[in-house]
Ligand binder design. Structure first.
Ligand code: 3HC
Length: 304
């Protein structure tokens, strides 16, 4: 009896409607996965042009998934796509969207002031029960949450690129995050099909705290003239079993993103040798060679 009661309680509270704010690579991926796992999702961005572009990229990703999931079954492919898209609504009106949301996930630009302004507005517009989460990879969750009156309902949900494929979700608590909020965020992550790990609100959480210094150390190795990017990548793929080498991954993630993260950490902890600026990274970012998305970073790509 107790078990039935607790299950139904969980079910009653479980996150069903989600607003994702910011329709870039991460926001689109989060919205797609949430829609694919039966949640009612509204993906919001500033203009119709931006959300239209996001919708096209989500459709492309769904196409890749259905071809893999149902290789010779056009009917099943169509049904999957139709079902996912039926759960997904695109919008430019964030304040209306959050009114009917159990959970809001923010995946906008990595700028504290902009995030605080947004959450200040959301705090007034969203119902009291609505949970708030940020997908930030470099800003302390507590600095964002402190603008709201619902710090107990605030946490971090840190996804990985490409969101539809990467199986991990970091669930971040600040000291004020209630157990109920944490449990709901964790259950939501599991409902998305992700494996969740818990981490305190510390710079880089788990993955980026290890991965970003590793990638920048790879650049330093090249800066010293010890090896070429190509050979470092081959070495780490074949010698350490990584799916991508550090330079492929740098280009994939975006060199601006990595520079932004390392610069932020260096400001806070200038003595840490792992966080020191890298001349090659800075030069490439200055030249707008940001990786895959601009057609050139450490490698050259055919622009898609
Ligand atoms: N949506 C749907 N399907 C996708 C996709 C997407 N966005 N991207 C790739 N796929 C599919 C492809 O269509 C392909 O399907 P197929 O096998 O039927 O052809 C399949 O995934 C495999 O893709 P690829 O053959 O192109 O490449 P890989 O086999 O190397 O897998 C990968 C791609 C999963 C990205 C793998 O290379 C990988 O795990 N790389 C490391 C990624 C990583 O470390 N991400 C974390 C970055 S850090 C981060 O995100 C944090 C942030 O805060 C900075």
């Amino acid at each position: 009896v107790i078990r039935a009661f607790s299950t139904s309680t969980l079910h009653f509270h479980a996150v069903k409607t989600v607003t994702v704010i910011g329709s870039g690579l991460m926001g689109s991926g989060i919205a797609q996965v949430a829609a694919a796992t039966g949640h009612k999702v509204t993906l919001v961005d500033k203009t119709k042009e931006i959300v239209d572009k996001a919708e096209v990229s989500i459709k492309k990703s769904i196409d890749r998934i259905v071809k893999k999931k149902f290789p010779d079954d056009a009917k099943a492919q169509l049904k999957y796509s139709t079902d996912v898209l039926a759960n997904l609504n695109m919008s430019t009106d964030v304040l209306t969207a959050v009114k009917s949301s159990d959970l809001v996930i923010e995946a906008i630009v990595e700028n504290l002031d902009v995030k605080r302004e947004l959450f200040g507005l959301l705090d007034n517009a969203a119902p009291e029960k609505t949970l708030f989460a940020s997908n930030t990879s470099s800003i302390p969750i507590k600095d964002i949450a402190s603008v709201t009156k619902r710090k107990d309902k605030f946490g971090g949900l840190h996804f990985f690129n490409p969101v539809p494929l990467m199986k991990l979700l970091e669930v971040i608590r600040i000291p004020e995050t209630s157990d109920e909020t944490y449990n709901l965020l964790d259950a939501f992550g599991k409902a998305l099909g992700k494996t969740t790990v818990q981490c305190k609100d510390t710079p880089g959480f788990i993955v980026n705290r290890l991965l970003v210094p590793y990638m920048v150390e790879a650049i330093r190795l090249v800066e010293r003239g010890d090896a070429s990017p190509r050979d470092v990548d081959t070495a780490m793929k074949l010698g350490a079993g990584y799916p991508m080498g550090p330079f492929e991954l740098l280009d994939y993630v975006g060199l601006d993103t990595t520079k932004f993260i390392i610069d932020g950490w260096s400001k806070r902890d200038p003595e840490n040798p792992l966080f020191k600026p890298s001349p090659i990274l800075n030069k490439l970012v200055d030249d707008n060679k940001l990786g895959l998305k601009t057609g050139e970073g450490f490698y050259k790509y055919n622009k898609q």
